[in-house]
Design a protein around this ligand. Structure first.
Ligand code: ASP
Ligand code: MG
Length: 419
C-alpha cells in the first residue's frame, strides 16, 4: 500500500466523459490498496473564460474578487469528480482550499502555499475515502480566497503531497512523460524514465513546458517524488510508463547506465542587446545591470568583449523578449551615466541548452557542443554555463537544425523514431 497524490490537468478534466475516465483511473489505483488524494485543474479553457469575465467587469478589477471568480473553475471539477467517483462505488469527498485549509501568503493571484491542515484529510483517506482537492486555490490569513498563479495546480499537488508525506505525486497530463528534446523537432527523441529535479528545472525553464516550474522547485525542496504520466492511456492498465522526477541520489542508485547528457532544450523567448563602446573602467557594468535588476528585468546570458586597443568595451546580454522595449528605454535614459555609443537589439535569436547532471564529472561537453554547431556552420553569439547546463545563443532560424545535430552528437537518438 502506498499513499499517492494523483493530479489531473485541464485537458483531462474537460467534460464529463473525460472526468469519468479520470474517475476510472482513480478507482483502479484505490482498488490496488492505495490511499489516494486527487488534485484537479479547472476544465481546459475555463480559467481563461473566467479571467475574461473579470476584465469585462472592470479594467481595474479587485484582485481579491478576481481570486473568488477564477478559483471557481476548480471548485466545479472537484465536486464533479467526487460525485462521479461515488456513482462508481468509490467513497470520495471534495475539500476546498478554505475547508482544509491550505494557507497561503497574502498575495492575490500569485500566492504561495505556506502550510496546510491535514488531520481530517488523512483520517478520511485512512478510512478509504478519496480526498478530491481543487488545485490553484488557497486561503489567506484574513480568510479570503487566494490563487497560486496560472498553472498553479501542479504546485498545489506537490504541496499536498509534501504535507501528507505521499510516496509519490503522479501528474497526469496530455503528454506521456518528459523527453530528451521536443519530439516535434526530433522524431527520434526518447522518453526519459527518470530525470533529476535540477535537470527538470533547467529543461522546464528553457522551454520543455510540462510542469509549472515552481512545482518542480517545491518538489526538490520538499523531496517529493513526482511522476509525469499521460491521462489518455487505458485507465485500468497497471504500471503506466511515465517519467519519474527524483533526487540525484535516487537516480544514481537505480540507473548506472545513464547518459552523460539528459536533454536538449530550446527557448525562443529571449532577445539580445548589445551596448557598444562602454568605458572599460570599474563600475561600468554595474551601471548597466544595476538599473535592470531594480526594474525586475531578468538578465540571462552576458558577454563582455573588451578591446585591447581602446579603453572601451561592448557588452552583450539577453533579456526576456517581453522586457526588451522596457530594457532599451531604461538604458537610453541612462545613456550619459553609462556612457555608451549605441544599443543594438536582435529578437531573432534562440537559446539552445544541453542539460545533464553527468557533466559535473565529465569534461568536454561544451567542446562537443561548439564543434558540432561549427561543423554545421552555426554561429554562436553568446554562451553561458552552469554546473549542469551549457547554453548558446544562435540565430533563430537555425533552432531546429541545432537541436537535431546536438541530439545525435550526444547519443540521444532512439533506435526507431518515436510513435
Ligand atoms: N486552472 C488554473 C490555470 O489554468 C490552474 C491550473 O490549471 O494549473 O491556470
Ligand atoms: Mg497545467
Amino acid at each position: 500500500m502506498a499513499r499517492i497524490v494523483m493530479k489531473f490537468g485541464g485537458t483531462s478534466m474537460a467534460g464529463m466523459e473525460r472526468i469519468r475516465n479520470v474517475a476510472a483511473r482513480v478507482k483502479h489505483v484505490v482498488e490496488q490498496g492505495n490511499e489516494v488524494a486527487v488534485v484537479v485543474s479547472a476544465m481546459a479553457g475555463e480559467t481563461d473564460r473566467l479571467v475574461g469575465f473579470c476584465r469585462e467587469a472592470s479594467a481595474l478589477y479587485d484582485p481579491a474578487e478576481y481570486d473568488v471568480v477564477v478559483a471557481a473553475g476548480e471548485q466545479v471539477t472537484s465536486g464533479l469528480l467526487a460525485m462521479t467517483l461515488k456513482a462508481m462505488g468509490v467513497d470520495a469527498r471534495s475539500w476546498l482550499g478554505w475547508q482544509l485549509p491550505i494557507r497561503t501568503i497574502e498575495a492575490h493571484a500569485k500566492a504561495r502555499v505556506e502550510s496546510m491542515e491535514t488531520g481530517p484529510l488523512l483520517a478520511g483517506m485512512a478510512a478509504g475515502q478519496v480526498a478530491v482537492i481543487p488545485g490553484f486555490q488557497g486561503q489567506m490569513a484574513d480568510g479570503r480566497v487566494s490563487t497560486l498563479g496560472r498553472g498553479g495546480s501542479d504546485t498545489s499537488a506537490v504541496a499536498v503531497a509534501a504535507a501528507i508525506k505521499a510516496d509519490r505525486c503522479d501528474i497526469y497530463t496530455d503528454v506521456d512523460g518528459v523527453y530528451t528534446t521536443d519530439p516535434r523537432i526530433v522524431a527520434r527523441a526518447r522518453k526519459l524514465n527518470m530525470v533529476t529535479y535540477e535537470e527538470m528545472l533547467e529543461l522546464a525553464s528553457v522551454g520543455a513546458k510540462v510542469l509549472q516550474t515552481r512545482s518542480v522547485g517545491l518538489a526538490m525542496k520538499e523531496n517529493v517524488r513526482v511522476q509525469v504520466l499521460s491521462s489518455f492511456d487505458d485507465p485500468t492498465q497497471d504500471d503506466l510508463p511515465g517519467t519519474l522526477i527524483v533526487s540525484e541520489e535516487e537516480i544514481e542508485e537505480s540507473d548506472m547506465e545513464r547518459q552523460l547528457i539528459t536533454g536538449i532544450a530550446h527557448d525562443k523567448n529571449e532577445a539580445k542587446i548589445i551596448v557598444t563602446r562602454v568605458p572599460d573602467k570599474p563600475g561600468a557594468v554595474a551601471n548597466i545591470f544595476g538599473p535592470l535588476a531594480e526594474a525586475s528585468i531578468n538578465v540571462d546570458m552576458i558577454i563582455q568583449n573588451d578591446s585591447k586597443d581602446t579603453d572601451e568595451t561592448d557588452v552583450t546580454f539577453t533579456v526576456p523578449r517581453a522586457d526588451l522595449v522596457r530594457s532599451v528605454d531604461l538604458l537610453e535614459s541612462l545613456k550619459e551615466k553609462i556612457g555608451f555609443r549605441r544599443i543594438i537589439t536582435d529578437v531573432e535569436v534562440a537559446k539552445i541548452s544541453v542539460v545533464g547532471v553527468g557533466m559535473r564529472s565529465h569534461a568536454g561537453v561544451a567542446a562537443t557542443m561548439f564543434r558540432t554547431l561549427a561543423d554545421r556552420g552555426i554561429n554562436i553569439e553568446a554562451i553561458s554555463t552552469s554546473e549542469i547546463k551549457v547554453s548558446v545563443l544562435i540565430d533563430e532560424d537555425e533552432t531546429e537544425l541545432a537541436v537535431r545535430v546536438l541530439h545525435t552528437a550526444y547519443g540521444l537518438d532512439a533506435d526507431a523514431p518515436a510513435a
